[in-house]
Design a protein around this ligand. Structure first.
Ligand SMILES: O=C(CO)[C@H](O)[C@H](O)COP(=O)(O)O
Length: 147
């Protein structure tokens, strides 16, 4: 899968781990930064990841922050983006199965490498259920036109 990934200073270390492991698993990973642990503002990183998802250069995006809350807000401002903040396997399953999320946001300050790995694997591997959830996703998309 083509995956765009980014993280701010709080997500830098975990992003590096996930990027290496996803690449080793055969995914085509674009690491959009940060490339150091220096403090940065995360909205532009969100824009970069989401731009690739929106135009098809990436099939999915992954963004890491400390809590991930601001990243989730930023990503969901962008048309066509359905970003889910996932703390565990359960939210990862729902984010994909019910919400058809195309961007995964991870709270790096609250996850071990093993937990993050498990969430990412679940999120990448869970199909959208469609049906009533497709209707709701369409209703959410309509909100982009002003509600
Ligand atoms: O998770 C985040 C936003 O949702 C950021 O990582 C966090 O807000 C950055 O804060 P600070 O500069 O104080 O480390």
């Amino acid at each position: 899968m083509r995956i765009a990934i980014a993280g701010d200073h709080n997500g830098f270390a975990l992003k590096s781990l996930l990027r290496s492991e996803l690449s080793a698993s055969g995914h085509e990973v674009s690491d959009l930064g940060s490339h150091t642990a220096e403090e940065v503002d995360y909205p532009e990183l969100c824009v970069e990841v989401c731009a690739r998802v929106r135009d098809g250069r990436a099939e999915r995006g992954i963004v890491l922050g400390g809590s991930g809350l601001g990243e989730t807000i930023a990503c969901n401002k962008l048309p066509g983006i359905r970003a889910g903040l996932c703390h565990d396997v359960w939210t990862a399953e729902i984010s994909r199965g019910n919400n058809d999320s195309n961007v995964l946001v991870l709270p790096a300050k609250r996850l071990t490498g093993d937990q993050a790995r498990e969430i990412v694997a679940t999120w990448l591997g869970t199909p959208f259920k469609g049906g009533k959830h497709a209707r709701r996703v369409a209703q959410i998309a309509a909100l982009e036109q002003g509600g």
